[in-house]
Write a protein that binds this ligand. Sequence first.
Ligand SMILES: Nc1ncnc2c1ncn2[C@@H]1O[C@H](COP(=O)(O)OP(=O)(O)O)[C@@H](O)[C@H]1O
Ligand SMILES: [Mg+2]
Length: 314
Amino acid sequence: MPKSRVVGILAGKEDPLIGDLIETINGTNDSGITAELCNVSELDIDMEIPYSVIIDRISHVFPYYLQYTKHALLEGTYIINNPFRFYVDKYFGYTASREIGVPVPDTILLPPKNPGKGFGGDSLQNLVFPLDWKSITEKIGFPAFFKPADGWGWRDVYKVHDFGELMYRYDQSGDNLMLLQEAIDYDHYVRCLCLGRKYTMPIKYQTDAPFHEQYVIDHQHLTPEQGSRVHNYAVALSDVLDFDMNVCEFAFRDGEPIAIDFTNMVPDMQPESIRWHYYEWAVVHLAKVAIEYVDNPPEPGVWKSAERLFAMQR
Ligand SMILES: Nc1ncnc2c1ncn2[C@@H]1O[C@H](COP(=O)(O)OP(=O)(O)O)[C@@H](O)[C@H]1O
Ligand SMILES: [Mg+2]
């Protein structure tokens, strides 16, 4: 069915962005595009979805909404972000990064220490054990980062300094998928908001400061060359991973940005943490993206197109 010129918003009430986003979309364009909270009740396969665009900031913690956005996608609604997505699929992200020429640390995904319930006998016959720890640790070196392949919010991120420490952490990791990654000895760190795969805002980020002092307002923290590199990398990474709303983290070593974490598809947009200055930028640019997409949604990516999805499943 033809879509109304309405942007639907899926988000928790505690997300401060929402009121400002709705107000900005409703108030800043003369094309008749409006925004409202989506109403989601029971999901019926015959249900029609009225929105041209949905901005989703919550289905990552409430999978019921993910079913709604997947249905909406098949109905022709453009979803920010793509519900068929690489949400915190970090290993794929690093691999894709290497493919498109964005520098990332050397990274190895380890098989889970414990395969988990239900895997006895030979059912994992393809897994080669024991691991060749000598070559693994020679490649990555020490210190190294040992962190979850699906992590966020610094959960279970460890800097390991020697083989004993690595083994201790690996033994503790149970059935979690863990990455072992070269530690980048950085002197500058940037979190770069990337919206609509084209609007970027690289923010100086102090990783060892207390929580509310981590983002710093500084308009000179990158040279023009570094700034354009960060912009290009953030756009390329967000595009290849199909994220219209993302934040990409870069550690600078010898002046060069190295991408550390770029699968943050529901980026922190709290004004108290990212600062009002950047918050206002984020609201304005997210509204801009949503408005642009009502009339001109991007070409479906490999993972977004319903036709290709069906083709893949056949
Ligand atoms: N390879 C690395 N080299 C240097 N620092 C790292 C590396 N990986 C992670 N860190 C540090 O740990 C923090 C959290 O790791 P990150 O990969 O961003 O995980 P999360 O998804 O939990 O935020 C980063 O902000 C950075 O300070
Ligand atoms: Mg991070």
